[in-house]
Design a binder for this molecule. Structure first.
Ligand SMILES: [Zn+2]
Length: 179
């Protein structure tokens, strides 16, 4: 189930947003049938990289109470810096995952298809209960709420790197979607 919202989509990105809305359910079906089960997905389409950084960071902060204002400010700065070059991001949400697509970095309908398949693949990766618990523990570490042993951090970061490769490799499926 994909719930779609548009936030801060400027005039120039409107047709990309329309395409994303139209194709998102098919992209989710494709990932579900070829990669694996998906959790509930909230998809936010935006044309503003700072907004992408803000909503994705906030989604995970909402799951980790008690983060210090200083850590929040530092994390937001880093997320904004990363967002400038990113097409999308997937974060944990209260129910399932949040996918934010930054249409400012997605020039064509074909690129929209690829980023949806890529991020929905991340949705699959984070969707099962074990991955969710593990990623939350990583967030708590990143937000300085608890400290994970160094070897656990190394294992999670290696997993994140493998997941990135898996999501990139899944992008070929996007050719099956209408552009
Ligand atoms: Zn990725």
């Amino acid at each position: 189930m994909v719930t779609i919202l548009e936030e801060r989509v400027g005039f120039r990105r409107r047709s990309l947003a329309r395409h994303a809305r139209r194709v998102a359910p098919a992209a989710a079906d494709l990932v579900r049938s070829r990669i694996g089960a998906l959790p509930p997905i909230k998809l936010v389409l935006t044309g503003d990289p700072n907004h992408m950084a803000q909503v994705a960071s906030q989604s995970e902060l909402d799951l980790v109470p008690g983060v210090s204002p200083r850590t929040i400010a530092k994390g937001m700065r880093r997320a904004r810096r990363n967002a400038r070059t990113k097409q999308g991001v997937t974060a944990l949400a209260e129910h399932g995952v949040l996918v934010v697509v930054n249409l400012a970095n997605v020039p064509t309908n074909r690129d929209v298809n690829a980023v949806l398949v890529h991020e929905f693949t991340h949705g699959h990766q984070l969707g099962d209960p074990y991955s969710r618990v593990q990623h939350l523990a990583y967030c708590q570490h990143e937000f300085r709420i608890s400290v994970l042993p160094r070897r656990d951090i190394a294992a999670i970061e290696a997993l994140i790197a493998r997941r990135e490769i898996e999501a990139e490799q899944a992008e070929y499926l996007a050719a099956q979607l209408p552009a």
